[in-house]
Design a protein around this ligand. Structure first.
Ligand code: CU
Length: 461
């Protein structure tokens, strides 16, 4: 084990024993691989070292390493990046190796890793390895366990991974700014025995929230609560990859939360179990079935389910978190007669829009003009029409004929005949009212139907 003193003596140029940070290693930086595409890269099969079953990082990638004398050497570069949130909007963020989140780091229980961190930001930073068991001096807390990494400098973190698990990395220096700017990544430690915790598909993402004014590209980092872009791996629906699996596959989804609020992650279709946290794996006897699991700030959850054919939504159940940038500060005008109001205000305030008088669903189709570089709050088109979603939403796409290792979007589910909800076109008798509970006279609400010219009394239909 290397301790903090060894670490700095080594960084100062004194070579120590084999288990300390090696001067040779520090003298020869491994290549810093850069990836700027937001397209999901195929899971990285380990080219050397212990075998493991790699994860699929949604809209992301895994950092390649160099094996040096039995140590896996990684090179992270903290730097400004440009990230597409979804087609139509890009953000100026800070991240690692060209992307936000940074690349996923994958290693195996028992591995010794040496992670070089180069700071190309305009201010100092550190990297904290969230949930990873390591010597305190490798924990990456600026000021407490190490000096900050100044701009232009490279630091070395080196430790052995004693426990398999689902973890993250992020700065522990000027956290408020650096995490609000997108600095985070996943750190997955696979079990030494690849048969342990084995699944057929293993997806991973980390949740981040941004506040980017429509038309702007840089997040407001001082925001505490009122974010307008809720992302998975710095992507919003419909920019988030589907989670593709084959019928019957055992599927794991690992989710980390580095926003400033909790996210109840809900999945349609099969129920799941929480099988792991970043504290470790949950014993089988302590698991129970769920369809929603709340993920608090700073937590990670690994959920697992047996895939059933279909298109199953997976999303945060806070409905504001499945909206994109324009969903805020809109007055609720449901039930209000607003004929002509938007037009009249629009003459005074160009681009003004009101919440629809029959709800907001019409907005997905309105094609309203937006400022440059932002996204409509409701997006995506499915096989039956607009999906009216944004933010933290994706689709688990399960098909009978997906090949192992194939993560390509298979398109929309072809529902077996007779299994899709349909319109009732038969006779519609008047709805009876219970005689004992007459509606109060003032309960009648005038509702205008879309497309209808005048007001219709809702009752009697
Ligand atoms: Cu949420």
């Amino acid at each position: 084990m290397s301790n903090r003193r060894d670490f700095f003596r080594t960084a100062g140029g004194v070579a120590l024993g084999a288990t300390a940070v090696s001067r040779v290693g520090a003298a020869a930086l491994p290549e810093a691989v850069v990836q700027t595409s937001p397209t999901m890269q195929p899971p990285l099969m380990p080219p050397n070292g212990r075998p493991y079953n790699p994860v699929a990082t949604l809209n992301g990638w895994t950092l390649p390493w160099r094996m040096k004398d039995g140590v896996k050497e990684f090179h992270l570069v903290a730097e400004p990046v440009v990230r597409e949130f979804a087609p139509g909007m890009t953000a100026r963020l800070w991240g690692y190796n060209g992307s936000s989140p940074g690349p996923t780091i994958e290693a195996v229980e028992g591995d010794r890793v040496r992670i070089f961190v180069t700071n190309k930001l305009p201010e100092h930073t550190t990297v904290h390895w969230h949930g990873v068991l390591l010597p305190s001096g490798m924990d990456g807390v600026g000021g407490l366990t190490q000096p900050h990494i100044p701009p232009g400098k490279t630091f070395v973190y080196e430790f052995t991974l004693p426990r398999a698990g689902t973890h993250m990395y992020h700065p522990h220096g000027d956290e408020m700014v650096q995490m609000a700017m997108g600095m985070m990544g996943l750190f997955i430690i696979h079990p030494k025995d690849p048969r342990q915790f084995k699944v057929d598909r293993d997806f991973a993402f980390v949740m981040a929230a941004y506040d980017i004014e429509p038309g702007a590209a840089t997040p407001r980092v001082s925001e505490m609560t009122d974010f307008n872009l809720w992302t998975w791996n710095s992507r919003v629906f419909p920019g988030i990859d589907p989670l593709v699996a084959r019928t019957g596959d055992r599927v794991r989804v690992r989710v980390g939360n580095l926003t400033m609020t909790n996210h109840p992650i809900h999945m349609h279709g099969p129920s799941f179990e929480v099988t792991g946290t970043d504290g470790g794996w949950v014993p089988k006897s302590a698991r129970w079935p769920e369809v929603t699991t709340d993920i608090a700030v700073g937590q990670m959850r690994a959920i697992e389910f047996d895939a059933i054919a279909g298109d199953w939504s997976i999303h945060c159940h806070k409905s504001h978190h499945t909206m994109n940038a324009m969903g805020h500060k809109v007055p609720n005008l449901i039930g209000t007669d607003m004929r002509g109001l938007g037009e009249r205000i629009g003459k005074l305030i160009p681009g003004y829009m009101t919440m629809g008088e029959n709800g907001m669903a019409g907005m997905a189709e309105m094609g309203m003009e937006l400022p440059q570089n932002t996204l409509p709050m409701m997006m995506g088109t499915g096989p039956f029409g607009p999906l009216e979603m944004g933010g933290m939403f994706s689709v688990v796409k399960v098909r009978d004929d997906i090949k192992p290792g194939d993560y390509k979007d298979p398109g929309w589910y072809k529902h077996p005949k007779g299994t899709v909800a349909f319109e009732y076109t038969g006779e519609q008798p008047p709805a009876p009212r219970a005689a004992s509970t007459p509606a109060p006279a003032d309960a009648t609400m005038s509702v205008r139907k879309p497309g209808a010219g005048g007001g219709h009394d809702h009752h009697g239909h």
